[in-house]
Design a protein around this ligand. Structure first.
Ligand code: ATP
Ligand code: MG
Length: 566
């Protein structure tokens, strides 16, 4: 009965397998019916859309079950981590719309407690100090089908181990001279159970603990124990940690502390991009892109700068669901989500990216009419604006053809088209460059009886074009983006190539556009639909004197068309 009530409360979709586990636990009263999750990033880079999936999942579950979600920095490797990354991660989680309240935690805050846990293991004879180098350890580790050999240091006495581990902490030994290993089973079919290293010596300052520590716990030792300290009920992580789960459970059991349950789901992979912080860092360091927030990057800050909304990313995370098997999601699904969101929110404006001058021969020389244009047909409360109309206009070069095919319904000799929120105009003549034959101007006449919005303007023509008045248009820098990589899976490299060999050399195109004057005072992050073209967002580089727009996404999925044409 209770189960039915809960399931009915959730409109729309059925439960994913993680929610099923949680609801089962709630029913049986496990963990006193608490739900407590965490998002545990390592501050060694900026977050990407895959992390966004994990954030939405963890915080979403916290919210849905009236539980809590911690933000925990897994800061156990001082060599790669930095406060810059901590700050960016907090900004990104907030921007995505989630709140960790007062629960901002750091694995480094638990170093003392983790050290004590290690001593618990040593005293139980379940951990030992090993003097072998990393190479030696890996040499005798065996393979999944061949058992490993035991370390010659494996049978040190408890006293000796405590002495050595204490001296490791006080800084007596150089990096790599010794490690602490869990004493489990060198013949285990699970390689992670073959006496894994749980502490190592690194004489490097930590961004939070400074020089207090020179031994640092390994991920496997810090992660599960941190979950336990925070009384996390469901520790949700990605599939690659499935093989770590026996170690996760073993450590908690042997130390004898509260046991969270680790649940794995498939990580998000997106086509035409890479999704590892290490690779994204390389792209930044080697200047293949202009920083972490380059609008071509799959980072959260890159998507934000490009003009993606947090709502569209949350919606995307929801639509793709939670899978148990690895898969690749088509990037066009993400683009679909932002299109759908901006269609509802973005004001329409007219802007011309490839200008062709149109002169209306019968329009009075100095007349300027303020044409009424709807801001958003999807949202009547958005109202309307005035767009100046004059004798000289720009339309897109693509909207005129001298010798058009039959199905071309735009401007051409003998044809009429409507200018959106303007008049119906009719072709008269062209003026060409006498040297290269390039079309310089198209001369037309307008029909004064067809002014948009007037009752007599109902005459129908097949094509409607966007336009701007030449003397009123604002010049702006327009950045158009294509996919960062030219192949669907850049990680899947052949012939000694790396993902970097598949970078798209034409992923950024910069143009000068002519935009209607209503965009004049727009500010960074403001979004528009340029009619018939796509969604555009004002870039951070924009100033009132020189506006810069990023194309978030074209109106139609032009890439799919391109692919089909191949
Ligand atoms: P990367 O491999 O990109 O460097 P990571 O797993 O090392 O990522 P962490 O900072 O350790 O990055 O990840 C924080 C959390 O985000 C982890 O719980 C991790 O499982 C999750 N996560 C990372 N990448 C993805 C992804 N592509 N899809 C879903 N969740 C992810
Ligand atoms: Mg990681």
């Amino acid at each position: 009965m209770e189960e039915n009530i809960r399931k009915e409360e959730i409109p729309g979709r059925s439960l994913n397998f993680i929610e099923e586990i949680i609801e089962e636990d709630l029913l049986t009263g496990k963990n006193d019916s608490r739900v407590h999750t965490r998002f545990p990033p390592e501050p060694n880079g900026y977050l990407h859309i895959g992390h966004a999936k994990s954030i939405c999942l963890n915080f979403g579950i916290g919210k849905k079950y009236n539980g809590k979600t911690n933000l925990r920095f897994d800061d156990t490797n001082p060599v790669k981590e930095d406060i810059e990354y901590v700050d960016s991660i907090k900004e990104d989680v907030k921007w995505l719309g989630f709140d960790w309240e007062d629960r901002e935690f750091y694995a480094s805050d638990y170093f003392e407690q983790l050290y004590d846990f290690a001593l618990v293991l040593i005293r139980k004879g379940k951990a030992y100090v090993c003097d072998m180098s990393a190479e030696e350890i890996s040499e005798i580790r065996g393979t999944p089908t061949r058992p490993g050999k035991e370390s010659p240091y494996r049978n040190r006495t408890v006293e000796k181990n405590i002495d050595l581990f204490t001296r490791m902490r006080t800084g007596e030994f150089p990096d790599g001279a010794k490690v602490l290993r869990a004493k489990i089973d060198m013949a285990s079919p699970n390689m992670h159970m073959r006496d894994p290293v749980i502490y190592r010596i690194i004489h490097t300052s930590h961004h939070r603990t400074g020089d207090k520590w020179c031994i640092y716990p390994m991920y496997d030792f810090a992660h599960g124990q941190s979950d336990s300290i925070e009384k996390i009920t469901h520790s949700i992580c990605t599939l690659e940690f499935e093989v770590h789960r026996p170690l996760y459970d073993w450590l908690i059991e042997e130390i004898g502390i509260y046991a969270p349950r680790q649940i794995e789901f498939a990580r998000l992979n997106l086509s035409y991009t890479v999704m590892s912080k290490r690779k994204l860092l390389e792209l930044v360091q080697e200047k293949k892109v202009n920083g972490w927030d380059d609008p071509r990057m799959p980072t959260i800050c890159g998507l934000r700068r490009r003009g993606f909304t947090s709502e569209s990313i949350r919606n995307f995370a929801d639509i793709i669901g939670v899978a148990k098997r690895d898969n690749v999601i088509d990037i066009s699904l993400l683009e679909f989500c932002v299109r759908e969101d901006l269609n509802r929110k973005a004001f329409r404006v007219m802007g011309v990216l490839n200008p062709l001058k149109v002169i209306l021969d019968n329009y009075p020389e100095d007349l300027v009419e303020e044409m009424e244009a709807t801001n958003n047909p999807e949202d009547t409360s958005a109202g309307s604006r005035k767009v100046p109309f004059a004798k000289e206009l720009y339309i897109e070069q693509e909207d005129f053809m001298e010798n058009p095919p039959n199905k071309f319904f735009r401007l051409a000799p003998g044809r009429e088209v409507r200018l959106r929120s303007g008049y119906i105009i009719k072709y008269e003549s062209v003026i060409k460059d006498p040297v290269n034959g390039q079309i310089l101007e198209v001369h037309c006449t307008y029909d004064p009886a067809t002014k948009s919005g007037m009752p007599e303007s109902n005459r129908k023509v097949k094509g409607t074009l966007h336009w701007v008045s030449v003397k009123h248009a604002i010049k702006a820098e327009i950045r158009l983006y294509d996919r960062l990589f030219v192949v669907e899976n850049p990680d899947n490299s052949e012939d000694g190539k790396t993902y970097k060999d598949y970078l798209n050399p034409n992923s950024l195109e910069v143009k000068t556009g002519y935009i209607e004057p209503s965009v004049e005072n727009s500010v960074a992050g403001q979004k528009f639909q340029f009619e018939r073209l796509g969604y555009f967002s004002v870039d951070y580089d924009s100033t009132p004197e020189s506006l810069v727009f990023n194309c978030v996404v074209p109106l139609k999925d032009s890439w799919t068309k391109k692919e089909k044409a191949k």
